[in-house]
Design a protein around this ligand. Structure first.
Ligand SMILES: NC(=O)C1=CN([C@@H]2O[C@H](COP(=O)(O)OP(=O)(O)OC[C@H]3O[C@@H](n4cnc5c(N)ncnc54)[C@H](OP(=O)(O)O)[C@@H]3O)[C@@H](O)[C@H]2O)C=CC1
Ligand SMILES: C[C@H]1O[C@H](OP(=O)(O)OP(=O)(O)OC[C@H]2O[C@@H](n3cnc4c(=O)[nH]c(N)nc43)[C@H](O)[C@@H]2O)[C@@H](O)[C@@H](O)C1=O
Length: 327
């Protein structure tokens, strides 16, 4: 009882989402008391509603916040709903970070995305590639919102850290996948989309299955439980160490797997896990997006974290999750 009282009360924004639910699992696996973890569904609390967010923080008074709620989707969703991607993400971030500050939250972790980096950034992309060039057009509105999220955290630290003791950090994940993913046929990311399409092709005994674009772009894929462990690791890093490796105007940290593969290679790997042996064809009416976006995760490695789950293992776990979801 005494020990539980000393545990920080943690608000995981987006606790039902793929990453948020993995962060909750990780915190509990680390021994955190589930009663000291707070979550609200979108239906219970719309984070774009400033008054509702302020009222929630004033009532719950969490000590720490993991900001894993966002409008999220793959290349088609980003391209089709750009207004929602920029508006929702700007509002959610601004509301949550500001309400956290106003209500005494000392520690917050903001989840951005590797799409913050320029389309033609040097590969692998280091943290200091931010704001050095043009963004990939298919997800520019989402990326601009994510860049604003980093800058909100940095600005609050710069203005308020000294007097209020706040420490708001940011992590930039590469492309993620795993249990709890969104398997929508159009609006999802490539791995869940292809798991569904290959599974349906197998059941229908279809001779071909199509993948979008040329299959040539490279992507770096990280399993969601690795992302959750990296998030908790960065949140809990000693402040002196975090400060030594970042700066007030460049405080974000990349979270990647460490290597990338082509979309055609990941399609073959998914075909093999699902058990589909037909032919792969290309839908050239669909965009390729960024040619490559491998992030440099050297800083996080130096700070003591590395991914554990390889793509073969991760895809098997993801397919098991898909089968479970459609049962
Ligand atoms: N998935 C990926 O490949 C990547 C994800 N990220 C980042 O990681 C974080 C988590 O993403 P992920 O878990 O994949 O996404 P999910 O879509 O699985 O989860 C996002 C969660 O946020 C909630 N949410 C969205 N809008 C609102 C709102 N207005 N009010 C309240 N809740 C809201 C969603 O609820 P509901 O579904 O009910 O709307 C959902 O539970 C995001 O910041 C994302 O940008 C970064 C890089 C890659
Ligand atoms: C995480 C990241 O996610 C988005 O960027 P993206 O990396 O381009 O994401 P994606 O997973 O949707 O596509 C990866 C690649 O795969 C190809 N591809 C083939 N076949 C399918 C397919 O069936 N579906 C999808 N979605 N892609 C397919 C697709 O054409 C592309 O070449 C950002 O908008 C932004 O949200 C962001 O930060």
């Amino acid at each position: 009882m005494t020990m539980n009282n000393k545990m920080p009360k943690i608000y995981v924004a987006g606790h039902r989402g793929m990453v948020g639910s993995a962060i909750v699992r990780q915190l509990i696996a680390n021994g955190h008391d589930p009663a000291q973890i707070v979550g609200r569904t979108h239906a219970e609390l719309d984070l774009t509603d400033q008054a509702a967010v302020r009222a929630f923080f004033a009532t719950e008074k969490p000590d720490q916040v993991y900001l894993a709620a966002a409008k999220v989707g793959g290349i088609h969703a980003n391209n089709t709903y750009p207004a929602e991607f920029i508006y929702d993400n700007l509002m959610v971030q601004a509301n949550v970070i500001d309400a956290a500050f106003r209500n005494g939250v000392k520690k917050l972790l903001f989840l951005g995305s590797s799409c913050i980096y320029p389309k033609l950034a040097p590969q692998p992309m280091p943290e200091n590639a931010l704001l050095t060039g043009f963004l990939e057009p298919t997800n520019e509105p989402y990326a601009v919102a994510k860049i604003a999220g980093i800058k909100i955290c940095e600005s609050y630290n710069r203005q308020y850290q000294k007097d209020h003791g706040i420490d708001y950090r940011s992590v930039m994940p590469t492309n993620l996948y795993g249990p709890g993913d969104n398997y929508h046929p159009e609006n999802s990311h490539v791995i869940p989309a292809l798991i569904r399409r290959f599974h349906e092709a197998k059941i229908a005994q279809a001779p071909t299955v199509s993948i979008w674009g040329s299959g040539k772009p490279y992507r770096e894929f990280l399993f969601v439980d690795d992302m959750a462990s990296a998030s908790v690791h960065v949140m809990n890093l000693d402040k002196a160490i975090y400060d030594e490796h970042t700066s007030p105007m460049q405080s974000h940290i990349n979270v990647g797997y460490g290597s990338d593969i082509t979309i055609l290679e990941v399609a073959h790997a998914i075909g093999s896990v699902v058990g589909y042996s037909g032919e792969i064809v290309f839908d050239s009416t669909k965009p390729d997006g960024a040619p490559r976006k491998l992030i440099d995760s050297g800083l996080l490695k130096r700070l003591g974290w590395q991914a554990k789950i390889n793509i073969e293992t991760g895809l098997k776990l993801a397919y098991a999750d898909f089968l479970n979801q459609i049962r």
